[in-house]
Design a protein around this ligand. Sequence first.
Ligand code: PAF
Length: 273
Amino acid sequence: MQIIRTLDELNENLKSVWENDNELLAYVPTMGALHSGHISLVKKAQEIAQKTIVSIFVNPLQFSPSEDFSNYPRTYEEDIVKLLATGADFLYYPDFDQAYIESIQKVKASEELSACLCGASRPGHFDGVCTIVNHFFELIKPDFAVFGEKDYQQLKILEDMLLRQQSIIELVPGKIFREESGLAMSSRNNYLSDEEKLLAANIYRLLSEEKKSFEDSSLESNSEMIDGTLMNIRKKLMQLGFDVDYVDFKWSRIFVAVKVGSTRLIDNIEINV
Ligand code: PAF
């Protein structure tokens, strides 16, 4: 795996891939602290393209001043070992400074798509995501980009960004990867104590139980049932001691965001409506 730090190195390494019509390039953007969920995205990238590039960059633009940018887990040495084992072709690990980041072209997320869920709780977050992802897309010029469905709203917003830009980059979703307990894998799980991890496993347990009872029942109208399901999930999460940010329904999925201690966790599950 070629480790790339500078723009010149990036251009040198990718030139032959860009010029070779028989080599498609799949890109997996990450903020590092890699876990098996990220690795599954790299595997997906390898299935769809001849060459794979992963980036690691903790993007300051998507954190508000009160969020965990400076504490965000940075585990570069371990990340490299995990990536080497995947056989990914390139790792782009830029050290953009503040001035560079401020100079890149700003891209706004769709107001409609970012008005709800995490966009409502984290103003400006998705603008920061769109800006950095757009910039990486311009530098890397991939054919495919792979994003996990845990950040489903991010996926929809980026899909919309590419559509508006009439981009030829194809966005490929990767399934949520879970711990054995059901807890959705996230770099932020690194913040949780063992006890908090046990508690956090209830999020998926509740989502799965409520999905099942929703799908098994056909008594009421769908919209009433969805409201009831959301209320049940919220109530049960609160009873377990979670600080609930939202429980909501969109895109045929139930979305949950909670805080466990000071750690914000999100998850979602698809529902057959
Ligand atoms: O999903 C993430 O880890 C980040 O939002 C991304 C897409 C790498 C942009 O910084």
